[in-house]
Design a protein. Sequence first.
Length: 380
Amino acid sequence: MKLSSDIINHAVSHRRHLHAHPELSGNEEKTAKYIQSCLDRWGVPYEKNIGGLGIVAWIGPEATECIALRADMDALPIHEANTTSYQSKNHGIMHACGHDVHMACLLGAIEALQTEHTLSKRVYFIFQPHEEVLPGGAQLMIDEGLFERFPIAKLVGLHVSPELEAGVIGHCSGPFMAASDEIRVTFESKGGHAARPHLTGDTIAMGANFIVQAQQIVSRLSNPIDPILFTIGVFDGKGATNIIPSIVILEGTLRTMNEAHRQAMHQKLEKLAEQIASFNQGKASLDIRHGYPVLQNDAAVTQDAVQALKSNDVSCQKIPMRMTSEDFARYGQYGKPLAFLRLGTGNPNNSGLHRPDFDINEDAIAHGVRTLVILARTLC
């Protein structure tokens, strides 16, 4: 299946415009208007302002049990280091996770399906805001009746991957991306002079012990066959060289591939914090901000997608599960089979996602558009 050069050129143009005008989660107003202007120009019907600034468009004869293709819209609070012609014009905001590419590929697929490749059955196209920040735009759109308003039976998503060569589609059946939670631990005591620690409860020692012993939970009290990751990224204790602070705050992330293990880790971490605080004449509290669930790729939908792509000479590669998380998983919690694939973009800057110098090989965009068109036509 071939796409015209106009479709591809338009998709690249979409990507460059969206990259140059990124917007943070929940503030994707101009992004939404740009998408709507494209849909209006092509005569594609849609509904807007779902779950905030979300958009659902559709093409094809009305039907039940339809497929939906989804792209996320929001950018990250990162100042771009690249100096390309499409460099971000919004200071301190950047599409460093490839959402500009996701939208461009979906827009390209919509234009192709509307103008060049007809559909025998309706396909829905979801432009989802707010992916990067909890509670996530998927949940917001679901809460506003996404599945009641549109007969969506299964969903496919595509995410950039600089680890793969441009145009290669990565796939993984079953558990693919981790559940994630934000963990905040607070240790409190009366603090005091560093030369008189016996008169204080040493909150610094409490925090340090918690970090070390939490890793023992991961490595010794959990089944090593099941991936669990616990990382502390913030250790905030505002003391001094001769002051033990009265409060120490730790913040980090918990990632699991199993919901039962996720709940067990919550309990173990809370118990550990309490035991350490008690031993050190202090008190502890552990707050958990529940993040996205495990992303489970449906084996049948994923297999059907890969077979359809291979039959159209798309290069596909099996890839391992990963400990990053993605709110696309929310759709699966509502009984919808998912196939979340990775689009190889190459790595021209030897960089990575969420970095200020991230960029792609734009040849990948044509492959992304073609992939979505094939899946829309074969999985519907």
